[in-house]
Design a protein around this ligand. Structure first.
Ligand code: MN
Length: 538
């Protein structure tokens, strides 16, 4: 006897879960079929083993198969698929984390979704019961006709044994030879990968609430500075002592203009700047802590002279976290600021540090980078559209290589991409890898790229700068300001935003960045998961 989902469709689902602790939806109600617009969803689920859950709306529930290698458009491939218990409709949009130790514990993204129609039957539940379902898919990734055929009707009969099926794609106009789901790893809901969702889940599920109310957005604003602290800054005169993040900070020249205005805006004062730094310091610290910080100081504001300031001065407060570099020679910087807490970044801001450049390595292992860095540096004649072309080509390279990489706009004209890695490689190894990837990309569009060292020799073309992968060479931190009119910010973006016609490299300033961060969360957290090995480059 095969499984019969008509009597108690969610019985298995409920039996396997403890709804007091799991964030998954509990699915109290099952709606009647809306046969005209049946939905399907594919969730990429990293539980004990990675698999893709392919779910079809049938009879008001999600009839489901777990596909270890994932669905494909490649018509020559047969995928093993295990028929698993039905899920409630509310589960279709679930993207987040299931607690470890729970059934299915791990992270889940909505990898694809869309509508579908059964082919050759108007009773898909009966087709499933008979062991063969033909379905026409209209998803964002999956399209065309797939066939599911049962190969082993052991059934589960309530004893937990699953029936085995094969999943195939027909030779139709949507078929693509060699198509691999792992080349398309991002959520169609959020643009995020499983790793990004894992370290910063956008949603949690409160299973004690009804399913319709149970999903809570989890965002970073609760970690921010308090209104009282911001009010105290506004109330200070030209200078004073500001109590913020548990420290007493002497702040000076608060009404001095640090950034000239953009057209139609007011100039940005030091008070405005400190307010912004207080707002972003809590989400910036994870990218700075445990790392030496090079400060680009502009004592007379963004239009004035600047210089690199690395040595912590004698007058710095005693609580300021710092690190003395054991590798430093005489005459080199000995002791660096380490922004291990939000107040340390505010201290640097009051000191005129308009740009924050953390080291690529940690102080614990200064010769071992934890990021491989790509700097897409436009030349004088490079258009923004051409920068986007270069960024998209890099995105394709990372997808082919199976490498997780995070883009951000620089706040000036370019885009940077940070690739988190497990510490262990030397800088010359990460530099060589970045050079290889970028030279491969550059060969696709040789008219856009120059490899000349000197800027004047580049004839206005872009540089794919791999040379920043070196000790004590740095790129600007996420959320750091840049020294230009309006105080633009280096802002993390989702890869899908490369296709947003409104994207600009200096789109966000200190006046608009807090709102963006409140709405989208911190899109750069993926770089904090430093578990990747750089794949050999074929
Ligand atoms: Mn699953």
């Amino acid at each position: 006897m095969t499984r019969d989902s008509s009597r108690e469709p969610l019985a298995d689902y409920h039996r396997k879960r403890d709804f007091a602790t799991t964030p998954e939806p509990s699915g109290e109600t099952a709606q009647a079929d809306s046969a005209a617009q049946r939905s399907f969803v594919v969730q990429r689920h990293r539980a004990r083993n990675l698999h893709y859950d392919l779910r079809f709306e049938i009879g008001g529930v999600l009839v489901s198969w777990a596909v270890p290698k994932g669905p494909t458009l490649d018509p020559s491939v047969r995928r093993m698929a295990v028929h698993v218990e039905d899920h409630p409709m509310e589960y279709a949009d679930f993207e987040g984390v299931i607690p470890q130790g729970e059934y299915g514990g791990g992270d889940v993204i909505v990898w694809d979704r869309g509508t579908w129609e059964p082919h050759g039957t108007d009773d898909p539940a009966a087709a499933v019961a008979h062991g063969e379902l033909h379905a026409d898919l209209h998803g964002e990734k999956l399209r065309g006709r797939v066939v599911l055929v049962r190969t082993d009707s052991a059934g589960d009969g309530g004893d937990g044994r699953k029936d085995q099926w094969l999943l195939m794609h027909k030779h139709d106009q949507d078929a693509v030879d060699g198509w691999d789901p792992e080349d398309h790893p991002r959520s169609v809901l959020s643009g995020r990968t499983n790793d990004e969702v894992k370290v910063d889940p956008a949603r949690r599920w409160h299973s004690e609430l009804p399913a319709a109310e149970a999903s809570e957005a989890v965002r970073t604003e609760t970690r921010g500075v308090g209104d009282e602290e911001l009010g105290a800054l506004a109330d200070l005169g030209r200078q004073g002592t500001w109590e913020v993040f548990g420290r007493r900070l002497k702040v000076t020249n608060l009404d001095k203009v640090l950034f000239p205005p953009r057209a139609g805006e007011d100039p940005v004062t030091k008070r405005d700047f400190l307010r912004y730094v207080a707002q972003v310091a809590p989400i910036s610290v994870p990218y700075l802590e445990g790392r030496a910080l090079n400060l680009n100081r502009f004592p007379d504001g963004a239009g004035g002279k600047s210089f690199w300031h690395k040595e912590v001065p004698d007058h710095a407060p005693g609580w300021l976290p710092r690190w003395t570099n054991p590798l430093a020679d005489d005459g080199e910087t000995q002791t660096y600021l380490v922004a291990d807490e939000p107040a340390a970044l505010l201290w640097a801001a009051n000191f005129g540090a308009l740009e924050w450049h953390p080291w690529t390595s940690r102080t614990a292992e200064p010769e071992r980078p934890t990021y491989a860095l790509f700097d897409l540096d436009p030349g004088d004649d490079t258009s923004w559209e051409e920068v986007l072309t270069l960024a998209r080509l890099h995105r394709t390279a990372f997808e082919k290589l199976g490498v997780r990489a995070q883009p951000k706009v620089t706040g000036r004209r370019g885009i940077q991409i940070w690739v988190p890695i497990r510490a262990g490689l030397a800088f010359d190894e990460t530099r060589a890898w970045v050079e290889q990837v970028s030279r491969t990309v550059g060969a696709v569009v040789p008219e856009l790229v120059s490899w000349k060292w000197q800027k004047r020799d580049r004839k206005g073309r872009a540089r794919l700068d791999y040379t920043q992968n070196a000790i004590n060479k740095t790129l600007v931190a996420p959320y750091s300001t840049r020294p230009a009119a309006g105080a633009p910010v280096s802002m993390p973006i989702g890869w899908h935003e490369l296709d947003d016609p409104d994207l600009r490299p200096d789109r966000w300033t200190i006046r608009t960045a807090p709102q963006r961060i409140a709405e989208r969360g911190d899109l750069f957290t993926g770089v904090l998961v430093q578990d990747q090995e750089l794949p050999p480059f074929a």
